[in-house]
Ligand binder design. Structure first.
Ligand SMILES: [Zn+2]
Length: 108
């Protein structure tokens, strides 16, 4: 898997998360810095790497949230009912802005 630093290097050069942002734009007043992405022709925007990096960062974050939710589910007290566990799982998915479509059919 691509390291996070390498993903960040593929963001729009004007995105504050880009590792060289402070070096390239930190000396400018905030209202002088051109907006990231919109109308930008930096190498990463021009080649589409920025969009892919944004997608990867989104999925990295989703993966971390899913790991946290699974960890929480793994350590539920023994007396937890399956309905309570299911409610907690649904709540975790909602907190990740996920769809509940897959929960429409009962899993029994
Ligand atoms: Zn750009």
């Amino acid at each position: 898997m691509m390291p996070v630093k390498q993903v960040l290097e593929n963001l729009c050069h004007k995105d504050p998360r880009h590792p060289l942002y402070a070096q390239n734009y930190g000396w400018m007043e905030p209202d002088e810095i051109p907006p990231a992405r919109t109308g930008c022709a930096c190498d990463n925007c021009h080649t589409g790497r920025d969009a892919l990096a944004e997608d990867l960062l989104f999925w990295f974050q989703r993966n971390a949230m899913a790991e946290d939710a699974l960890f929480e589910l793994a350590y539920l007290p023994n007396e937890t009912t399956i309905d309570d566990a299911r409610t907690l799982a649904r709540s975790s998915i909602l907190s990740m802005n996920g769809s509940l479509d897959r929960w429409d059919d009962p899993v029994d």
